[in-house]
Design a protein around this ligand. Structure first.
Ligand code: ZN
Length: 124
């Protein structure tokens, strides 16, 4: 376990260690979306399709080189993939915070007062 600095502006090294520690705890992580679909199959005389129930499956969609891609996801993998996607959202939030921290640390070093960029959300 790492001892975190309570200071608003952490040293870059502390910040990296903390980030990697958090990332390891969340690994594996993913970016994309998971949705459940119901489709008819190709089997002749399928009872589920005849009753209009169709077949439920999970699709993972993600972007690769600017193109939308889709993959079927086995049911057993769904909980882990959901967790990975939550980890991906955490990572995106974290990267934004790190970007802001970089700017604030630079201001702090230069001793310049915080300048009035518009604040959309109050930060703790
Ligand atoms: Zn069917």
């Amino acid at each position: 376990m790492y001892i975190y600095s309570i200071q608003t502006h952490m040293q870059p090294r502390d910040s990296l260690e903390r980030f990697l520690d958090d990332l390891r705890r969340r690994w594996p992580i993913a970016r994309g979306s998971l949705c459940e679909v119901a489709k008819p199959c190709v089997r002749a005389g399928c009872v589920a399709c005849a009753q209009g129930e169709k077949h439920r499956s999970f699709i993972f969609s993600y972007r690769q080189a600017g193109k939308q891609r889709c993959l079927y996801v086995p049911g057993k993998l769904v909980p882990e993939l959901q967790r990975a996607l939550e980890g991906g959202q955490w990572l995106e939030r974290r990267l934004s915070e790190l970007g802001a921290a970089l700017v604030f640390a630079h201001r702090h070093q230069r001793g310049s007062p915080a300048r009035g960029a518009p604040r959309r959300k109050s930060k703790t």
